[in-house]
Design a protein around this ligand. Structure first.
Ligand SMILES: NC(=O)c1ccc[n+]([C@@H]2O[C@H](COP(=O)([O-])OP(=O)(O)OC[C@H]3O[C@@H](n4cnc5c(N)ncnc54)[C@H](OP(=O)(O)O)[C@@H]3O)[C@@H](O)[C@H]2O)c1
Length: 287
């Protein structure tokens, strides 16, 4: 039987404790499928959970038995989505703006008032700005960077105490950032700040992965390809057929594609993944 060195043995593991820091596991005991892909009872915050990709992720977590907090700036939209998702499980609306430090502090206080720990943070809220090279406005650049990059960094940092309380070596707390394939390959559309911000998200994911690992927290990123949302509405209206034709799998993404990867990354099955950028794009970024 293999001897595996660990720091702590969780009470929920059925393995035999030999002495502090060591467990003996047979190959068959090691793999416990029943809860390997579970996120049941985990507490999750999905920023930008009121619509689009954030709503897809929040829906997946709610249906998988997690307790999900969704956040976005427009209170009415956020409340309505939470009400809709609460039909399937636990979903709570906590509106907030993650593009400013004040907004982040207020959002963190809302979570702290309700929970003592947080197992999963999904940094999904994002903004895009399309404009020609010569006309690209500073206001658009700042908005995109503040929301997509600065917001992720400071929200994650402010939530560290809650994430640390939920973290263990056997089941780390998770930070899941939503990047984009636009941060991997040069996009067809002119969205200078957006693609730069997503490349920054991917790199920051790797940098944070090293730092947060000290606290048993992993940090990974999902890089979506094209999914239906308010952000992509205009692009889909004009180019959907072309996008599908260029996709090796000949389709755009659907809600299950996004829910599936988010549930996996939040589950024990992904405990040893850290600092990876996962394209969910039907293979588009390979073309
Ligand atoms: N859809 C795609 O094909 C695609 C592809 C690659 C990457 N992505 C990424 O996926 C994420 C979600 O995009 P989406 O397509 O679902 O866009 P979306 O439909 O525009 O949704 C964006 C969400 O973020 C919220 N939000 C925006 N700014 C915010 C702020 N400052 N503070 C808090 N919440 C804010 C929005 O609600 P409020 O307006 O009420 O705040 C909304 O809930 C983004 O990071 C995006 O870059 C999307």
């Amino acid at each position: 039987m293999p001897l595996i060195e660990i720091c702590h043995v969780s009470a929920k593991d059925n393995n035999t404790v030999l002495k502090r820091g060591f467990i003996r596991m047979s190959d068959t005991q090691t793999i416990q499928i029943s809860n390997l892909f579970s996120v049941e009872n985990k507490r999750v915050l999905v920023t930008g959970g009121s619509r689009g990709i954030g709503k897809m992720i929040a829906t997946g977590y709610v249906k998988a038995g997690a307790k999900v907090y969704i956040s976005s700036r427009k209170k009415q939209d956020c409340d309505e989505t939470a009400k809709e998702l609460a039909k399937f499980g636990a979903c709570v609306s906590i509106p907030g703006d993650i593009s400013s430090i004040d907004g982040i502090s207020a959002l963190v206080q809302e979570i702290v008032d309700r929970e003592s720990q947080l197992e999963i943070l999904v940094n999904n809220a994002g903004a895009s700005w399309g404009a020609m090279f010569k006309e690209y406005p500073e206001s658009g650049f700042d908005k995109v960077m503040d929301t997509n990059v600065k917001g992720i960094f400071y929200l994650t940092r402010e939530l560290m105490p809650l994430l640390e309380k939920a973290a263990s070596p056997g089941d780390p707390a998770r930070v899941i950032n939503i990047g984009s394939i636009d941060g991997i390959k040069v996009p067809a559309m002119e969205n200078y700040a957006y693609s730069a911000s997503k490349a920054a998200v991917h790199h920051m994911t790797k940098v944070l992965a090293i730092e947060l690992a000290k606290s048993n927290i992993t940090c990974n990123a999902i890089a979506p390809g094209p999914f239906e949302s308010k952000m992509t509405k205009e692009m889909m209206n004009s180019f959907k057929d072309l996008i599908i034709a260029r996709c090796p799998l000949k389709r755009i993404g659907n809600p299950e594609d996004m829910a599936g990867i988010a549930i996996f990354l939040g589950s024990r099955a992904a405990s040893y993944m850290n600092g990876v950028i996962i394209p969910v794009d039907g293979g588009i970024c390979l073309t």
